[in-house]
Design a protein around this ligand. Structure first.
Ligand SMILES: [Ca+2]
Ligand SMILES: [Ca+2]
Ligand SMILES: [Ca+2]
Length: 155
């Protein structure tokens, strides 16, 4: 009985994952997207369906370094938005409507001002790391230290 129940649970979980994957068809990493699919799309560097904290930090640090064009160790709003825009362009390849494109850029400006917690116009690595740690923790809903599809299920 118990085994059957477990098998059922696994089947349902697999079906849920398949459904989510189908819905996520299209760009692997929707820039500016929310939720688990966007998180996995952005940070699952080796595409094994899991984002470890190490993977997450590596991708973030690379992104931060790439965005810091003048190499002063922090991101200005222009640097932050330019990096986001470059990714957006790459992912959309000109397919997005102007409206949604403009909206994404506006959201990037809003995000910068949230990330720049002391509002000095510079996003430091420390500010970015503090927010990123919170984001990872809140996305890893089952708290096992890895973000994967199982974190999308209600407890
Ligand atoms: Ca900079
Ligand atoms: Ca700041
Ligand atoms: Ca998890």
């Amino acid at each position: 009985m118990k085994t059957q129940q477990i098998a059922m649970t696994i089947m349902v979980a697999a079906m849920t994952a398949a459904g989510a994957a189908a819905a996520a068809d299209g760009p692997a990493a929707p820039a500016g997207g929310h939720g688990l699919t966007a998180f996995l799309g952005s940070y699952d560097a080796n595409r094994d369906g899991k984002v470890t904290r190490e993977e997450y930090d590596t991708v973030r640090q690379q992104r931060f370094a790439a965005a810091d064009v003048n190499r002063d160790g922090s991101l200005s709003e222009a640097e932050y938005v330019a990096e986001f825009e470059a990714r957006l362009k790459q992912q959309n390849a000109g397919s997005a409507s102007d409206d949604s494109y403009a909206r994404s850029i506006r959201q990037a400006h809003v995000r910068f001002n949230i990330l720049d917690t002391d509002h000095d116009g510079k996003l430091t690595a420390a500010e970015e790391t503090a927010i990123a740690a919170k984001t990872f923790k809140s996305t890893d809903t089952n708290g096992d230290g890895t973000v994967d599809r199982t974190d999308g299920e209600k407890p």
